[in-house]
Design a protein around this ligand. Structure first.
Ligand code: FES
Length: 172
């Protein structure tokens, strides 16, 4: 039987924790789950106001953030999305009463799940805004994109790229 030399524990840890290089020109893939009544309307308003915000953000409209399912977010990360945010109505203004409160609890839980599998929980966040806050929408997109740009590609994105299966990266 072949002898396998044992790698010292400290060395293993430093290999795991070694920050990966952020590739030059990296632009994050970001998914935003926006509730129809406030966040999506705010995004629409930002467009009407011709406010510039990150083109990296792809919006998926939900009737209410209360419809957010863990699987949507986890699947996005599995597919190599670098960051996911959820945007709902202001607290107390959800059109379905407490959908945004349920969503905030789900986001907190998903953050813990992400952390447990080695994905920085900062890659997932919930924001609340009103339909009149077009500039706030633009600001959230810019700030979140900047945060994810600094974090670099998500571990799943890197793994997919290594296997040569990330069509989006090839398109860049
Ligand atoms: Fe906007 Fe519920 S309707 S979060």
């Amino acid at each position: 039987m072949a002898q396998v030399e044992e790698t010292p524990g400290q060395e293993i840890l430093s290999m795991i924790e070694k920050p990966h290089e952020i590739p030059e020109g990296f632009e994050p893939n970001i998914l935003a789950f926006a509730c129809n009544y406030c966040a999506f309307a705010a995004a629409d308003l930002a467009g009407v106001m011709r406010l510039k915000y990150s083109p990296s953000v792809k919006i998926i409209r939900l009737p209410c953030t209360g419809k957010l399912d863990h699987i949507y977010v986890l699947r996005a990360f599995e597919k190599g999305v670098d960051g996911v945010f959820v945007a709902g109505c202001l607290v107390g203004q959800c059109h379905f009463l407490e959908g945004n409160i349920a969503a905030a609890k789900r986001v907190a839980h998903i953050r813990k799940l992400l952390e447990s599998v080695g994905i920085d929980p900062a890659r997932h966040e919930m924001f609340n805004l009103s339909a009149a806050q077009g500039p706030r929408w633009a600001e959230i997109c810019m700030e979140f994109t900047e945060r994810i740009r600094k974090l670099g590609p998500s571990p799943a994105h890197i793994a997919i790229d290594k296997k040569g299966g990330n069509k989006r990266s090839e398109q860049k």
